[in-house]
Ligand binder design. Structure first.
Ligand SMILES: Nc1ncnc2c1ncn2[C@@H]1O[C@H](COP(=O)(O)OP(=O)(O)O)[C@@H](O)[C@H]1O
Ligand SMILES: [Mg+2]
Length: 196
């Protein structure tokens, strides 16, 4: 699915070095490493937002769910259907799925509310549904649990388990029980050079 070889990313005076790895289909891979180790950097490389050196092979479509999701000044429902609109897909065919996922994450009652007025955790749930609704091959979740309460983390865990046979998840998270519950494979990052 995603294969990296001799991958390096330069970031001002730092150079991140990533060990060779294959991210496998339908496995939940958890990316671990300390603050500043380059986890978000790696996800942004996968999402084609950053330049890199070395080899990166991706034979699938990838969606990046940021730590701080970009939310539009529209209803939660409008935010969720945005990727369907962009792809000119028939939104009515996805309505039941949206309701199903919104129920699972307990935001069904908020779908007609302005998404900018939602709490951080609710915004994250909207953003997560928006990133899975069009059935991408790979979803990159960057610290999805930060603003979620315990119950919401359990609901997100159930959603990911439900979808993992169809969608490959690559997740950055420091929440131990969330990670332990979901992780099939772990990939550690932390190699870096300080450039002079
Ligand atoms: N656009 C940028 N310009 C300069 N430095 C950056 C930029 N983005 C990230 N960094 C730095 O690169 C390091 C790795 O960042 P990041 O990948 O976000 O770490 P994390 O593993 O915590 O997700 C951090 O020290 C961060 O400050
Ligand atoms: Mg990060």
């Amino acid at each position: 699915m995603i294969e990296i070889r001799d991958l390096k990313v330069k970031m001002k005076s730092l150079e991140f070095i990533f060990e060779d790895f294959r991210f496998e289909k339908n496995k939940v891979t958890v990316i671990s490493g300390r603050n500043g180790a380059g986890k978000t950097t790696l996800l942004r490389v996968f999402a084609s937002f950053l330049d890199y050196e070395g080899s990166l092979k991706i034979n699938a479509n990838v969606t990046y769910n940021s730590q701080e999701p970009v939310i539009f000044n529209r209803t939660a429902y409008c935010n969720i259907v945005y990727p369907l609109k962009v792809r000119k897909l028939d939104i009515s065919l996805y309505h039941d799925k949206i309701i199903e996922y919104a129920k699972l994450l307990d935001i069904e009652h908020l779908l007609e509310n302005n998404a900018l007025k939602l709490s951080s955790g609710e915004k994250m749930k909207v953003s997560i549904i928006r990133s899975i609704i069009f059935n991408p091959d790979i979803v990159l979740l960057d610290e999805p649990t930060t603003h979620l309460d315990l119950e919401s983390i359990n609901e997100l865990t159930q959603l990911i388990k439900k979808l993992k046979s169809k969608i490959t998840f690559i997740i950055v998270s420091h929440n131990k029980s969330f990670v332990d519950d979901l992780k099939d494979v772990e990939y550690k990052v932390g190699g870096k050079n300080v450039l002079s």
